[in-house]
Design a protein around this ligand. Structure first.
Ligand SMILES: [Zn+2]
Length: 119
């Protein structure tokens, strides 16, 4: 699912994308020159690899995501939101894909290893 940046207006545009077993749904709102705020929830089951035993395990996601979308290079400074730069087209599939990759790149341990860490 794609939408052109110029179609994003100050009235929130709702979206819902199903990809890789997760659902990414929310709304995107034009805020100011070349910027839009995307507020969404990423939920569903994904498979992660345990950083301790290297086993794959499934986990349920329920992440609230707020991203500032910048059409073109973002030249401002923002501590509150992650900024994603786009080129006229907001590609939701690519966005979901990169969010999932970010989550996968975090540190994860499976239930078994978590239990052992506690003992
Ligand atoms: Zn493990």
């Amino acid at each position: 699912m794609n939408i052109p940046f110029r179609r994003i207006t100050p009235t929130p545009t709702e979206f819902k994308v199903d990809l890789e077993g997760v659902t990414f749904s929310g709304e995107v709102t034009y805020t100011e020159r070349n910027l839009a705020l995307l507020q969404a929830v990423l939920k569903g089951e994904i498979s992660l690899t345990c950083d301790i035993c290297a086993e794959d395990f499934a986990t349920m996601l329920h992440e609230k995501i707020e991203i500032l979308i910048s059409n073109g290079v973002y030249e401002g400074f923002n501590e509150r939101y992650d900024v994603v730069e786009i080129n006229d087209i907001l590609d939701f599939d690519a966005l979901v894909h990169s969010e999932i990759e970010l989550i996968r790149n975090d540190y994860h341990s499976c239930e078994n290893c978590k239990k052992q860490e506690r003992n």
